[in-house]
Design a protein around this ligand. Structure first.
Ligand SMILES: [Zn+2]
Length: 149
């Protein structure tokens, strides 16, 4: 298609805000004096830098994902190591208890049982009281197993 020098044209920097409209023949002339031309070069430069940054971002994202994956793996390893340490500590504690029991003549459990046994008098006073007429009193007491007359 043949280019018409008198065809309608607008500035290449119209998307940056230049409102110039004219004919194709004058377009190059306008470009030399267009106030948006410097801005256009800046925008082109920024676009190139932006594209480079996007590529760098993709590379960094991949590295970050790999690092996170490694970190998760290390975390799992640390957790199982911590569980192993806990298991060994419990085992060591039970061994220490075993050694303590072997060393002492009276195990701590028996001492505890002796001191917590309630006195016999307390049990007797808490028994339910029965009221009988005085004539039947000793007979009823004997039936219950009372030895006091
Ligand atoms: Zn322009």
């Amino acid at each position: 298609m043949e280019r018409c020098d008198y065809g309608e044209a607008e500035c290449d920097n119209s998307d940056l805000g230049c409102n110039w409209e004219g004919i194709l023949r004058d377009k190059d002339n306008h470009k030399n004096s267009c106030e948006f031309e410097d801005a256009s070069q800046i925008v082109d430069d920024l676009q190139r830098r932006c594209e480079k940054t996007e590529i760098v971002n993709i590379v960094l994202k991949r590295r970050l994902e790999n690092a996170l994956r490694e970190l998760e793996q290390k975390k799992t390893e640390l957790q199982s190591a911590a569980n192993e340490i806990l298991r060994i500590r419990v085992e060591a504690a039970s061994l220490r208890d075993y050694v303590y029991v072997q060393r002492t003549t009276l195990p701590p459990r028996q001492q505890a049982q002796q001191t917590t046994l309630p006195p016999r008098q307390v049990q007797q006073t808490t028994r339910p009281q029965h009221h009988f007429p005085s004539s039947q009193h000793s007979e009823a007491k004997q039936a219950e197993g009372c030895t006091i007359s």
